[in-house]
Design a protein around this ligand. Sequence first.
Ligand code: COA
Length: 172
Amino acid sequence: MVTAIYPGSFDPVTYGHLDILKRASALFDKVIIAVGTNLRKHAMFSLQTRLDMLKEVTGGTENIDPYPNVEIKTFPGLLVDFAWEQKAGAIIRGLRALSDFEAEFQMALFNRHMEPGISTVFLMPHARYTYVSSSAIREIAQYSGLCGSKEKDLSEFVPPIVAERLKEYFKR
Ligand code: COA
């Protein structure tokens, strides 16, 4: 039984993340989505809201099938410590473009240095998501309907519940 960890900030989760998750859940017996803290980023959504959104979009909705072998957890410290505690054999990371490579390469090698028994596996999302990022989604949502711009449709990139949360956040 091989468990894989799919870590990230998921601020918020996008269809790009779900695409990677689907590929990972077909390859591994169990996939744990691990919501962690990137000390170089200031999260927009609280940890609880990010978790709630992930639970809703992986539990099966009208346009997304449920993911039966996926669990969602948070971890406070180093990713490799969490992966080790969970007896995981692999860490999944999505590679969208060459620009992702350098940072991912460094992270994978540091993680392997700290825990040689855990390998990082890179998966590519569908081409339609290669330019999607959570920060671009947040930025478009923030300006949508403001400064004379029309409200923007993000339904190609994020599930309805996430679009709704973004709207609520920026209304406040
Ligand atoms: N679809 C859409 N977006 C994707 C994506 C995909 N398939 N794959 C990656 N991304 C985007 C994310 O949306 C995010 O975008 P943003 O920067 O615009 O918000 C970006 O790629 C990368 O973010 P994420 O995948 O969340 O990872 P991260 O680089 O923020 O790292 C952790 C998050 C939690 C995995 C990492 O900081 C960590 O391991 N922290 C714990 C401490 C630790 O162990 N550090 C040692 C590292 S060597």
